[in-house]
Design a protein around this ligand. Structure first.
Ligand code: IPE
Ligand code: MG
Length: 155
C-alpha cells in the first residue's frame, strides 16, 4: 500500500497555457481535462485513496460569464462522457463546495454522479467546486454556532 493516501491538486495556469498555444483560455481549460485524466490514471496506479481536485473557486465568479459557463460545460460534458468509466474503475466522486448559484441542471448531474458512485472504493475523487477557504471557515463556525456548542480544539 502506498503510504501516500491523499493527494490534493490546485489546478492553475490552464488559461495562460491556452493563450500561449496561440489559442484561447478556453482551449487551455478543455485541454486541462486531459491532464485530469492522466492524474486519475496515475493515482489508481499508485494506489492513492483520495484525490482532491480544486477546480472552480469562489474567486472564479469574477471571471467573464462566457468563461464561467464554459467551465461548467466542461464539467457537465466530462460527467456525461466518463461516468461509465468512473463506475468501471470503481471510483467514488464526492463534490465538496457550495452548490449555491450553480445552475440547477448541473447540480442534478453532480448529485447523480455522487449517488451512483457512492459505494465505490478504489479511489475517491473530491471535486472541490465553488470552494473557498474563507467560506469553509465560515461554514464550519456557523455549524458549531447553530449547535450552540462551545468551540474547542477538536471542533
Ligand atoms: C485553472 O486554470 C482552472 C480554473 C481555475 C478554473 P486558470 O483558469 O486559473 O488559469 P490561469 O491561472 O488564469 O492561467
Ligand atoms: Mg489561475
Amino acid at each position: 500500500m502506498n503510504p501516500l493516501r491523499h493527494v490534493a491538486i490546485i489546478m492553475d495556469g490552464n488559461g495562460r497555457w491556452g493563450l500561449k498555444k496561440k489559442n484561447s483560455r478556453n482551449y487551455g481549460h478543455l485541454h486541462g481535462i486531459k491532464t485530469v485524466q492522466k492524474i486519475i490514471q496515475a493515482s489508481i496506479k499508485k494506489e492513492i485513496k483520495y484525490l482532491t481536485l480544486y477546480t472552480f473557486s469562489t474567486e472564479n465568479w469574477k471571471r467573464p460569464l462566457e468563461e464561467i459557463n464554459y467551465l461548467f460545460k466542461i464539467l457537465e460534458n466530462y460527467i456525461d462522457k466518463e461516468l461509465n468509466k468512473l463506475i468501471e474503475k470503481n471510483i467514488k466522486i464526492k463534490i465538496i463546495g457550495n452548490l449555491h448559484k450553480i445552475p440547477s441542471h448541473l447540480i442534478k448531474k453532480l448529485k447523480r454522479v455522487e449517488q451512483i458512485t457512492k459505494k465505490n472504493n478504489k479511489l475517491q475523487i473530491n471535486v472541490a467546486f465553488n470552494y473557498g477557504s474563507r467560506q469553509e471557515i465560515l461554514h464550519a463556525v456557523n455549524k458549531i454556532h447553530k449547535k450552540k456548542a462551545k468551540i474547542n480544539e477538536k471542533s
